[in-house]
Design a protein around this ligand. Structure first.
Ligand code: 13P
Ligand code: SF4
Length: 308
């Protein structure tokens, strides 16, 4: 870390202590932002942490739907979101109005919505899921058919693990969906002893090649528990920082250098410091939407980790 970053880092930690603030960072954030955080994790872990914290202020380094999720589960806390423009292209692929229309086409079919979605879309859903629990959540509904939104790749992945009929919205993550079999084959040829870990947002043909399909935190657990020493990683490349940090004796290679989510790279140390100093920008979900969205998020949190 250079001298300037070190100063920012120290000031952020001081202020966080002074203000009783907790800094949460997603596994794709810039390395220095992950390092300054109290906790890093996948979408599920961060939402759970947000719901449990005693801190008065939550600083969320991630994308908009994640900060919204924190505000949904803890309305009495100030949720600071340093860069309001940091969004998720997949979440933007489904509007509340589109979901209302889709539900009319499928009356009575429960809606399972990936957390990568707006609060309005969550409010129209029966239950949420993340990449860490999607299969368990869908099975837990006990319904013969469900509508999964907004990620088609996650929905197709779940469909392979259940007899339930899965309808899905045709959204996708541009970062994961663009990964090709050619790129992954090339990475595997370069590292023949490596295991392939892939995120369920990748296309089905990539998931077919994978040794493990996991959420970002699921990949961290898989890598540390595995006896293997080398891994090719098919997800946003920010995860490599945490993988290397937690497993210094193992080697990690990206499946493609192009797997960068620009929105996840928007938040800098300076942004985190500015947010803490000014106590803004704040994310707050309107109460009427929040209470309905909370119902869907809470239901997800009640699903046992080993369900299904
Ligand atoms: P995780 O919940 O697995 O961290 O994934 C979030 C995400 O945005 C993946 O692109
Ligand atoms: Fe959204 Fe994809 Fe970025 Fe994840 S990697 S935040 S799904 S655009």
């Amino acid at each position: 870390m250079n001298e300037k970053d070190q100063k920012l880092f120290n000031r952020i930690r001081e202020l966080a202590k002074e203000k009783n603030a907790i800094i949460l960072a997603h596994n794709y954030e810039l390395p220095e932002v992950q390092d300054v955080a109290d906790l890093t994790g996948d979408s599920l872990a961060l939402a759970v942490q947000a719901s449990k914290t005693d801190a008065e202020i939550i600083v969320f380094a991630g994308v908009h739907f994640m900060a919204e999720a924190a505000s949904i589960v803890c309305p009495d806390k100030k949720v600071l979101f340093p860069v309001p423009e940091a969004g998720c292209a997949m979440a933007d692929m489904l509007t509340a109005r589109e979901l209302v229309r889709k539900k009319e086409e499928l009356p009575g079919v429960p809606v399972v919505t990936y957390v990568n979605s707006s609060a309005e879309v969550k409010a129209l859903s029966d239950i949420c899921c993340t990449s860490a629990n999607a299969i368990q959540v869908v099975k837990w509904t006990g319904a013969d058919e469900v509508l999964m939104t907004p990620d088609r790749n996650l929905a197709r992945w779940v469909a392979r693990h259940t007899d339930q009929k899965i309808h899905y919205w045709d959204g996708y993550c541009p970062v994961h969906d663009a990964l090709t079999v050619e790129a992954v084959s090339k990475a595997r040829e370069a590292h023949p002893g490596a295991l392939l870990m892939a995120h369920p947002e990748c296309p089905a043909e990539i998931l077919d090649m994978a040794d493990a399909v996991r959420s970002t935190s699921g990949m961290l657990a898989f890598a540390s528990e595995s006896d293997a020493k080398e891994f090719v990683v098919a997800t946003e490349n920010g995860l490599l920082h945490q993988l290397r940090k937690q497993n210094p004796d193992k080697q990690f290679y990206h499946a493609s250098a192009d797997m960068i989510c620009d929105d996840m790279k928007m938040t800098t140390l300076q942004d985190v410091l500015d947010a803490l100093e000014n106590e803004e920008p704040v994310v707050r979900v309107p109460e009427e939407i929040r209470t309905r969205a909370l119902r869907a998020v809470r239901r997800m949190m009640e699903v046992p980790r080993d369900a299904g």
